[in-house]
Design a protein around this ligand. Structure first.
Ligand SMILES: [Zn+2]
Length: 266
């Protein structure tokens, strides 16, 4: 079951930046109700060949798998025993879904783009020439009227990559100065599952999608990767170095986890 939760969680994380429509939580048919700690909870019962009762919670809710011979009374009492755990997991998933909703980007005019912790509205302007331009809280795209979502996405993403290069460079310089060492080189990555990485050859990679996040989170990821230039591990010495570069790292690390607790930095 843990495996299933992790896999489902990973799928959520991977949906970051993609339209959420295909991943909208769907309810399962054949729902039943249980009253747990005074709350009505819908669940699906699956009769299976397994030998014990199993509980699974994912974005579609609670599923109970039970052998055919187990009576309903035993299922009910298992639910009561695990009521706290079930409640906690359901809340986790609800929060997860809300965060995903917040981060999902619709590639269409009028949609909102998370950028450095704020929001930009996508606006298509055929009269505009050249690369996208920020105008107040709008991001103006030089695209023909009726541009498709792919065109909009490509235009915005290449703009984001350009912004990432401009934003990351000085921040790397800032932390390199504090550390007294600089990376041999750095580059952008678009890995789906990694925000940043540091190589044994002293090069670092940073995910341009970090540009969706507040500057503090970006700083933390950069400080984290630069600290690996001194300690290529996650031992005490490493975290001490991170703390020297970015004293507030624990709070911000928590923030990053809240945004996407399944995508790692290494
Ligand atoms: Zn690391």
């Amino acid at each position: 079951m843990a495996r299933n939760l992790v896999d489902a969680a990973r799928q959520l994380a991977l949906s970051f930046g993609e339209p959420s429509t295909s991943q909208t939580p769907a309810s399962r048919p054949g729902g039943r109700m249980a009253r747990l700690n005074g709350e009505f909870v819908e669940y699906t019962l699956r009769r299976s060949k397994r030998k014990t009762i199993g509980l699974l919670i994912d974005d579609r809710g609670l599923v109970i798998s039970a052998p055919k011979w187990v009576p309903q009374a035993e299922i009910d009492s298992t639910l009561q025993q695990r009521a706290d755990w079930i409640a906690r997991k359901l809340i986790d998933w609800r929060e997860h879904a809300a965060r995903r909703e917040q981060l999902a980007i619709r590639w269409e005019p009028g949609a909102s783009l998370p950028f450095l912790g704020a929001r930009l509205n996508l606006r298509v302007d055929p009269a505009h020439k050249g690369s996208p331009r920020v105008d107040g809280s709008d991001l103006i795209l030089a695209l023909p009227p009726g541009a498709g979502s792919e065109q909009i996405r490509d235009s915005v993403q290449s703009w984001l990559q350009k912004q990432a290069r401009a934003h990351f460079g000085p921040r790397i310089e800032h932390f390199a100065e504090l550390l007294g060492t600089r990376p041999s080189r750095w580059s952008l990555s678009s890995a789906r599952t990694r925000w940043g990485s540091c190589n044994a050859d002293g090069s670092i990679r940073l995910n341009w999608r970090l540009m969706h996040f507040p500057p503090d989170i970006i700083d933390y990821v950069i400080a984290h990767e630069l600290a690996h230039l001194r300690e290529l591990n996650h031992g005490d010495g490493f975290w001490q170095t991170v703390g020297e570069l970015f004293p507030d790292y624990q709070r911000v690390r928590g923030m990053l986890r809240e945004y996407t607790d399944d995508i790692s930095i290494s």
